[in-house]
Design a protein around this ligand. Structure first.
Ligand code: ZN
Length: 215
């Protein structure tokens, strides 16, 4: 099963991709995670992309496509994959289609997770992280003591990606550059639209039903 997840930042693509990856037994490939891990390890790629991502922009198409191509060559992608965060632009979608054609492969479905901008800004800007891996939310899952992790007592921080101004800028980029992909994949009859404002479990069950799988 080869899937692409589309949808604005904060619509729950990562969460759904992780659930689907477990159920369908194919890897979850997040270009955002690949970039962040390279930034953390201060690789050449990391240095190149860190400034771009901080300003809410997009990594150049050629570079992104090369990274995805390298990742999809690995053995674990033999039976399929779930792409989260790629393709992001029309040129990327076109390059990717060519890449798959050359390998006689095709995408089975493109899941478009819709979500309301105002809900996204509220959801993301309330998120707080701890270095131990716990994630909190000021409204839906606050820590007992403000700004402190319940689990390990460390101070919480806001991930750069979650800052309100960054979220707004990423939403604008999404509407300008990524939403045209909905038309691109609609014309190929691949789009499955689901509501990302619903609870995680409901959205997941909707996707599985659309794929003809039991959740
Ligand atoms: Zn902690």
């Amino acid at each position: 099963m080869r899937l692409i997840l589309l949808g604005p930042p904060g619509a729950g693509k990562g969460t759904q991709a992780a659930l689907l990856s477990g159920a369908l037994k194919v890897p979850h490939i997040s270009t955002g995670d690949i970039f962040r891990s390279n930034i953390k390890r201060q690789t050449e790629l990391g240095k190149m992309v860190s400034g771009i991502l901080e300003s809410g922009g997009l990594v150049p198409d050629d570079l992104t496509c090369k990274i995805v191509k390298d990742r999809l060559m690995k053995d674990d992608c033999h039976d399929g994959f779930i792409l989260d965060g790629f393709p992001r632009t029309l040129p990327q979608a076109e390059m990717f289609e060519k890449m798959l054609d050359e390998n006689n492969q095709r995408i089975d479905a493109v899941i478009n997770i819709t979500a309301n901008d105002a809900v996204i800004v509220k959801r993301m800007s309330g998120r707080r992280m701890c270095s131990c891996g716990k994630v909190y939310h000021m409204v839906s899952h606050p820590p007992k003591k403000e700004g402190i992790c319940d689990f390990c007592g460390s101070p919480l921080y806001i991930r750069d990606d979650d800052r309100e101004e960054t979220v707004i800028s990423r939403l604008k980029t999404y509407h300008d550059q990524t939403s045209p992909l909905i038309g691109f994949y609609s014309r190929r009859g691949l789009i499955i639209e689901v509501d990302g404002d619903k609870p995680i479990k409901d959205t997941y069950e909707e996707i599985m039903a659309a794929l003809g799988r039991k959740a």
